[in-house]
Design a protein around this ligand. Sequence first.
Ligand code: UFG
Length: 340
Amino acid sequence: MKNKVLVTGGCGYIGSHTVVELIDNNFEVVIIDDLSNSNKKTIDNIEQITGVKPTFCECDLKDINHVRNILKYNKDIKATIHFAAYKAVGESVEKPLLYYQNNLISLINILTTQLERGNTNFIFSSSATVYGNPKTLPITENNETQRPFSPYGNTKKMAEEILEDLSKAHKKTNIISLRYFNPIGAHQSGLIGELPNGIPNNLMPYITQTAVGLRDKLSVYGNDYPTKDGTPIRDYIHVVDLAKAHVKALKRQLDNEQDKNFEIFNLGTGNGYSVMEVIKTFEEVSKMKLNFEIVQRRDGDVPKLFANANLAEEKLNWKAESDLKEMIASAWKWEQKVRT
Ligand code: UFG
């Protein structure tokens, strides 16, 4: 018998890559997604990659009765991996209530319905944004968290606080929060990847969309930061490596290996690269010149953010494998494929 796992947001960027890894590791997957920032065609592409079609339920998690109904037909779910959330930083600044309502009500509803059914294994999709502008680097899980700059980031911090309270009140729950650094790249098949709605916020899709001719030029937000070349440093991690970490975390839960019932892990490579290094590596990989210009800093950007991911290595037996070139090559392959 395969273990059944519920994946919310399973048609999205990180969700779809995780579904592939779950299926490859012999899990049965049920996806809930409202398709607000994803496409149902992803299900067919997952089937093409894995040979297995996951069960798909179109549902807005804010509708608790709909969620209850879905769970009625899936009584044997062993764990939930919760990706479903809005994630556009800029939009969240303009529409904070939309973000608090969607991201927090969805979380509360999925937790409520799972607890009602006695499903107490829960993996949460968190973000390094909870560290704000860190005082020390590399960032360990013991670094203090700060109020994130954006409402989006704050929903991640608040969600972790909700999960911590829940873990104290319900000792039988097993919760793992995974704090992602900067996920980029796409599946090697070129069948799934990142497809942002409208103008991308993030560096990698902006670069590939510029190279493919969809955008005129990349704006580099500031080159006067206290870093080696003046542009901000981030810890870019391949989305497939990230997906694999979810499978490891899930196995830890199902094997009852958690040291405490609320655990937090950083997911990064431990290497920091500047914006200019990413651009240079893209130019190397694509053999193209990228059109870019240096403009003013963007509000809320911190100079340097990179992980110490030793805890994940020790406890999850997981380590990121791809280097920057591989990540960028896969993102570029995806962008070209998706535009043809
Ligand atoms: N950048 C540009 N031009 C762009 C886009 C980004 O120069 O068009 C720069 C940014 O200034 C930053 C770097 O590229 O220095 C990375 O920016 P991203 O937007 O790709 O990523 P962030 O680090 O700002 O944000 C990411 C995720 C968030 C998450 C955060 C956690 O997108 O969801 O990491 O730190 F909250």
